[in-house]
Design a protein. Structure first.
Lengths: 326, 306, 391
């Protein structure tokens, strides 16, 4: 858009003031109403979920956050195993996805020739299009048995004395969940990072190259510092996706509320326990406690998302769009 | 990422003084080139690593799903548990109905909200609504399922396709709103000005001139949303519930392909596993097709702006 | 689906409808495969259920969709009879049964989001009170909770005493070559393989019956865990539904799980022998389950709420982890639901009579004959808007 053109909306506002018509207020009313609906949906979400978790909050108290026992029979509800499982899997997956995702983004923007960058970028984005439940199916029948036989067994035999690799490797467990989550977070991290890196002014690179820097040095001193906050935002967006991911994780993590350092151990996440137990909560308190986990999940993801949006927006508004589409 | 590695001497900003750049360049050429090569290989490796999962998933879905994919799968209802044969017709019908319902409910709101953001709201208003749209997009779909359960299932006293449709509508809104917003932004201001110059009021300009100009982009955005909600499982578990029989009633429980895949994948029967792969193939083909089409169009448009 | 299997179903249904009674359950084969076998009567077919005339309150043209949810244990049988009922009796009646677990059945029944619930455990007093309206617990069928396991290259039978099962599920016994297992299995060499414990991740009546049995027989279990629909498991991986537990066992060498018998047999998984009160190691079969039912039914209360786990030593051949599945009904339904309720009661009436003929074919024990009259009375007491549904 050139400077001579009007900002979108500017003309409408001026005209709407000076030349009132009957169609205009109606249409305006409609679009305002639609925007308010978005606000209402978010408010309604928080309200409906919060109001249904009051009973749980009242009974469980603050200890809900660090209680390690989830025992519906005796109405003892501690959410720590689920919080732990969510954090463990999400953060481990995030680290892996960041390493690979930022790597892909750098490769695509800084190194790959256009004939390769196009299809390659396209394929990483397609990772996000595969439905979660299909990753779960693949996780159960392909990934988990493979991990058990070719990764977990050897690790167990050689490094079994480490707490991370202790226990009985059966494929289904924290490790499989981490791998599946990494794959699912990856397109978000890669797509947003790519846009952020692309938005780095060419002059940054030219300056470094002019100093005789190698390609990698150009990236390291010219590109990365400039894109840092945007890449951080990409990571946080990925984290939000990982924390809220339900199906694929539910299908491969083993669904056991245990807190274990071992990657072979079965675990449970906040989203998974809701998916598994919600329809069968036999008491109001049980259901309310599950919804309380939902509330916690909602608040956490809202905060993570808000932070990520602000970081990414500062770098590039469209990058935010891409994360939505990726 | 750390900038204090072995080869370099700091960031550009940190290199001050006339001799500094030369020091960076002059030190240890051999090692620097070795590092460069290693890092370039690593970046290439990351790219390969990123593509492998997609290939693996698609290859397995094709290999396992194709043999079990036939017309009967799409036209027959499930047999009793453990019996061979049967199909996933209730899920195919259910997915079509609920995705249609979700799209019908969500899209008008989303497009209008997108119009408000781009054409009406001022700078702050636009930022606020954009922020809300992004926040809505980030809410876990399982939480949206809880919302629809409290909003529709409990008052109605029954699991229902309607509840599933409402949950899917909430998911599609931010996707379509965001795309609409972006696509309207691509329509040049001069188009609007030309219309105003003819005395056409703003709302008519938007409906008759701006929207048609952005229509392709918006429609592909809707398709992208459809592809996305067609694959959703979590928000349907305690809204649509599932159904072993073909049902078209909005007030009764309804099946969906992702739900059926979940049940069959976590079950023990070999015939279930085969059908889960075949149903996944149907879902993946549809989703990939929509996504590819969409991205081709959107990419061209977004690229045109850049 | 092939035309083939539908035809087989028809043939199977016809056999039963003609009053030949249940085919013998050849234990490890899928039901459809046994259809042509004919042959000896299973012990559970002592009563010729098909001689009872169905209520026929439903016409060929009535259309209704009945939604039920709950027990996964009953699912293989219920989904089979629901299909046969629709094919043969009432084409317009679609019974949609979702196997979400007994806990789910009870919860959704309480929340009044389903027409009927199904649970492998009857409602307790508190749960009945919570619903606020009178409800009925109607037993439909009996079955065995089998200990199933995955030991590659091991073809023998594994015997379990209650204390050993408790030890495994408490995490005290972690390998198949443990001395406790060796003591239960003299002369059998169990492999050196880590045990993976599989249990239900959802609220389950199978879990209730299984943990009731352990609570009855193991002091350690009683003090550390107790009995419930879902308990605080000390160890193990959770699978959703009987299907999920079966899937874990099937896919994990060294795994052990407890599932409704038909899930193990239909998936060609071995089942262990369990020591009963008489000190005998008993295999879960139709006969040994029927013995357990026989031990419990004479003492069954009028409200039909009773367990069949851990039968007394006077029944030396009874399998100790037997269970029943109840259908949960409201005593009175709103008049607006008249069509659905009429269809549902007609279906259930058919299921407790003709439907029992299919029990043995999917490895369930048919309803104890002594119970049938009581269950009929209970079904007849259901009303819609105050009017009885059945004459």
């Amino acid at each position: 858009m050139t400077a001579a053109e009007f900002e979108p909306g500017q003309v409408q506002r001026v005209l709407a003031r000076h030349r009132p018509r009957r169609g205009e207020p109606i249409f305006r009313g409609l679009v305002v109403l639609a925007s308010l609906t978005v606000l209402l949906v978010i408010a309604g979400l928080i309200l409906v979920i919060a109001s249904q978790s009051i009973e749980g909050i009242r009974h469980n108290g603050v200890a809900f956050l660090w209680g390690t026992t989830w025992d519906p029979v005796h109405s003892i509800f501690g959410a720590l195993p689920f919080i732990y499982g969510t954090l463990l899997t999400s953060f481990t997956a995030l680290v892996l996805a960041m390493l690979i995702g930022v790597g892909v983004a750098l490769f695509l923007v800084e190194m790959a020739p256009p004939w390769l960058a196009g299809p390659l970028g396209f394929m990483t984005e397609m990772l996000a299009a595969i439905p979660s439940v299909v990753y779960g199916l693949w996780g159960i029948f392909v990934l988990a048995p493979w991990l058990r036989d070719f990764v977990e067994m050897p690790l167990h035999d050689t490094l079994g004395w480490l707490p991370f690799f202790s226990g009985n490797p059966i494929g289904i467990g924290n490790f499989a969940a981490v791998v599946v989550l990494t794959i699912m977070i990856l397109p978000t991290v890669a797509a947003v990072s790519r846009d952020v890196i692309r938005a780095v002014p060419l002059a940054q690179r030219e300056a470094a190259l002019a100093l005789g820097a190698t390609r990698w040095e150009t990236i390291r001193i010219g590109v990365l510092p400039y894109a840092r906050s945007g890449i951080l935002g990409a990571g946080i967006l990925g984290l939000a996706r990982g924390v809220g991911e339900t199906m694929a994780v539910t299908m491969v993590i083993g669904n056991a509320p245990t807190i274990s350092l071992s990657f072979f151990s079965q675990g449970y996440t906040m989203a998974s326990v809701i998916a598994n137990e919600f329809t069968e909560a036999t008491t109001d308190l049980y259901r309310s406690s599950l919804i309380e986990i939902g509330l916690l999940l909602l608040v956490v993801t809202l905060l993570i998302n808000a932070a990520a949006r602000l970081l990414v927006w500062r770098a590039s508004y469209s990058a935010g769009s891409r994360s939505l589409l990726a | 990422m750390s900038t204090g590695g072995t080869a370099g001497g700091g960031t550009l900003a940190g290199t001050t003084g006339p001799g500094a750049p030369l020091r960076v360049v002059g030190r240890n050429m051999g090692r620097r080139h070795a590092t460069d090569r290693v890092m370039r290989v690593l970046l290439g490796l990351a790219a390969v690593l990123a593509v492998i999962p997609l290939l693996l998933v698609v290859v397995f879905v094709l290999a396992q799903g194709l043999p079990a994919l036939n017309l009967a799968l799409l036209t027959h209802s499930p047999e009793p548990a453990g019996f061979p044969g049967g199909g996933v017709a209730p899920a195919v019908v259910g997915t079509l109905i609920m995705v249609g319902l979700g799209t019908l409910l969500g899209t008008p709101i989303a497009v209008l909200a997108g119009i408000y953001i781009r054409e009406y709201a001022g700078g702050r208003g636009a930022t606020l609504i954009r922020f809300l749209v992004d926040v809505l997009a980030g809410i876990p779909t399982i939480a949206i399922g809880l919302f629809a359960y409290g909003l529709v299932v409990v008052p109605m006293g029954s699991f229902s396709a309607l509840a599933g449709g409402v949950a899917l509508a909430v998911i599609i809104i931010p996707i379509v709103a965001r795309v609409t917003d972006e696509m309207l932004g691509l329509v040049p201001g001069s188009v609007r000005e030309a219309a105003y110059a003819l005395g056409i009021p703003p709302w008519k300009t938007i409906v008759r001139v701006v929207l048609p100009a952005a229509a392709t982009g918006i429609v592909t955005g809707i398709l992208l949303g459809v592809a996305r909600i067609a694959g959703e499982t979590a928000p349907l578990i305690f809204t649509a519930l599932g159904n072993d029989r073909v049902s078209t009633s909005l007030s009764d429980p309804m099946d969906a392909l992702p739900l059926r895949i979940w049940v069959y994948a976590t079950g023990p029967y070999d015939s279930w596993h085969q059908q889960a792969w075949a149903a996944s193939l149907v879902l993946v083909l549809m989703v990939l097709l929509f996504s590819i089409l969409t991205r081709l169009v959107l990419r061209r448009r977004l690229a045109a702006r850049a | 689906m092939t035309i083939h299997s539908r035809a087989r179903w028809g043939a199977l249904a016809l056999v039963a409808a003609l009053g030949f009674g249940a085919c013998s359950a050849s234990a490890t084969q899928a039901p459809a495969a046994t259809a042509g076998a004919g042959g000896a009567q299973a012990s559970s077919a002592a009563v010729d259920y098909s001689s009872v005339t169905p209520s026929t309150t439903i016409g060929k043209n009535d259309k209704a969709q009945v939604t039920g949810a709950g027990s996964t244990a009953i699912y293989p049988w219920l989904s089979a009879v629901a299909q046969i009922y629709q094919q043969q009796v009432a084409p317009g009646v679609a019974v949609n049964y979702q196997a979400i677990g007994s806990g789910g059945g009870i919860a959704q029944f309480q929340a009044k989001t389903v027409d009927f619930g199904a649970s492998d455990i009857y409602l307790n007093d508190q749960q009945m009170q919570q619903i606020g309206v009178p409800v009925l617990n109607i037993p439909m069928i009996h079955w065995a909770a089998a200990m199933t396991y995955n030991l590659p290259n091991f073809t023998g039978e594994v015997r379990f005493s209650p204390d050993t099962i408790a030890g495994i599920y408490l995490g005290k016994i972690t390998n198949w070559d443990d001395p406790a297992l060796a003591a239960d299995n003299p002369g059998v060499k169990l492999p050196n393989l880590a045990i993976t414990v599989a249990h239900r991740s959802d609220g389950s009546g199978t879990t209730m019956n299984f943990t009731s049995f352990l609570t009855d027989t193991s002091a350690a279990w009683k003090s550390q865990v107790g009995a419930g629909l879902s308990v605080n498991w000390p160890v193990g991986a959770g699978g959703k539904g009987s299907a999920g537990v079966t899937a874990i066992v099937k896919q994990t060498p060294g795994a052990i799980g407890y599932v409704e018998l038909s899930y193990a047999l239909q998936n060609n998984l071995p089942v262990g022998l369990v020591k009963n009160a008489a000190g005998n190691f008993v295999k879960p079969t139709l006969a040994s389950t029927t013995d357990a039912v026989a031990a419990a039914v004479p003492n069954a209360p009028a409200d039909l709420r009773f367990l069949i786990v851990n039968p007394p030593a006077s029944y030396p051949n009874a399998y100790p982890i037997g269970a029943s599945t109840w259908v949960l009904l409201y005593k009175d339904y709103p008049a607006s639901k008249a069509t659905e309720v009429k269809a549902m009661i007609d279906f259930l009436w058919w299921a407790i009579h003709n439907g029992q003929n299919y029990a043995a074919q999917v490895d369930y024990s048919a309803m104890a004959p002594a119970l049938v009259a009581k269950v009929e009375t209970a079904l007849k007491s259901v009303t819609v808007g105050g009017q009885p549904v059945l004459p």
